[in-house]
Design a protein around this ligand. Structure first.
Ligand code: 13P
Ligand code: ZN
Length: 296
């Protein structure tokens, strides 16, 4: 198979009441762990590469590896630029064959966010590439402090959401409803009434960023109210660091200590991803309609 457009998997998830996990790839170990989990669960999967992670992962090297994986596997794999911030990076992702772009204009005022998001839609449309954009601002700073907090003043405005979707022509909307990147300070407190209202006025698949730390019950409720994509990174990162720390206790005895440690990382990241796929309800939903795939 080839990489699949994100719109294809999200529309299917939205209609059928489950969500597809979008997991950040920061190296080969994470890529292989995510793919192993998706294969085991027969689940569609979205591979996120975030612009803030570009100092850690080389696009020109990882994208051919992702295409090779997609060519072999029998489940839907989407390649999404996560939190695209600049036009050169977005253009680079398009030229490399990403099947989805998330433009993050959350730092812009409303009119400017509309204007720049429209530009991104214009760049992506000729290639049929899916566009996700953010309105309001998800808490925490991707790439900043580990513990974040959502600011209610920056939650997605319901009326603006309707206008934003109409005027930009985006395929999916990332909402700010109390969700936050990194670890939550206290329990997450999601504004489900707002989510339902946004779903009712927009009618397009909604995206929940800041997935790590949200309970299974909250995920299920959010999915029932229009969330079709869930972004998840910190939980994988923590599992990888714990696997490393645990291994280091007895390290220093074996020739292959380092590769063995990285295998533990892969196992633990795959475990976390599998658990999330189970909660999101995407297991067993792998099959792509081959007519909707894009040659890369
Ligand atoms: P977490 O790191 O909080 O899971 O959020 C991931 C995310 O939203 C990536 O865009
Ligand atoms: Zn995010």
């Amino acid at each position: 198979m080839t990489l699949v457009y994100m719109k294809t998997v999200l529309d299917k998830a939205y209609k059928n009441g489950y969500a597809v996990g979008a997991f950040n790839v920061i190296n080969m170990e994470f890529l292989e762990a995510i793919i192993t989990a998706a294969r085991k669960s027969a689940s569609p999967v979205i591979l996120n590469i975030a612009e803030v992670h570009l100092p850690f992962v080389t696009l020109d090297n990882i994208v051919p590896a992702i295409k090779a994986v997609a060519g072999r596997e029998r489940f839907d794999i989407v390649l999404n630029l996560d939190h695209g911030l600049t036009i050169p990076t977005i253009e680079k992702a398009i030229s490399l064959g990403f099947t989805s772009i998330m433009f993050d204009g959350s730092h812009l005022d409303f009119d400017e966010n509309i204007r720049q998001t429209r530009e991104v839609v214009k760049l992506c449309r000729p290639w049929n590439i899916t566009v996700e954009a953010e309105l309001g601002a998800v808490g925490g700073a991707e790439g900043g402090e580990l513990i974040g907090k959502a600011d209610p003043a920056k939650y997605t405005d319901i009326n603006q959401a309707k206008q934003f979707v109409n005027e930009t022509g985006i395929d999916a909307l990332a909402v700010a409803i109390g969700n936050s990147h990194g670890k939550y300070k206290g329990e997450p407190d999601l504004d489900f009434d707002r989510l339902k209202a946004i779903r009712d006025v927009t009618g397009i698949p909604l995206v929940l960023h800041g997935g790590s730390g949200i309970s299974a019950a909250d995920f299920k409720r959010a999915i029932s109210l229009g969330i079709a994509k869930i972004n998840f990174f910190t939980g994988m990162s923590e599992a990888a660091m714990k696997a490393t720390a645990d291994y280091m206790i007895t390290a220093g005895q074996r020739y292959n200590d380092y590769p063995m440690m990285m295998n533990r990382v892969r196992e633990q990241v795959a475990r976390v991803v599998s658990e999330q796929m189970d909660i999101f309800g995407s297991c067993g939903k792998a099959a792509a309609d081959l007519t909707e795939t894009k040659p890369v």
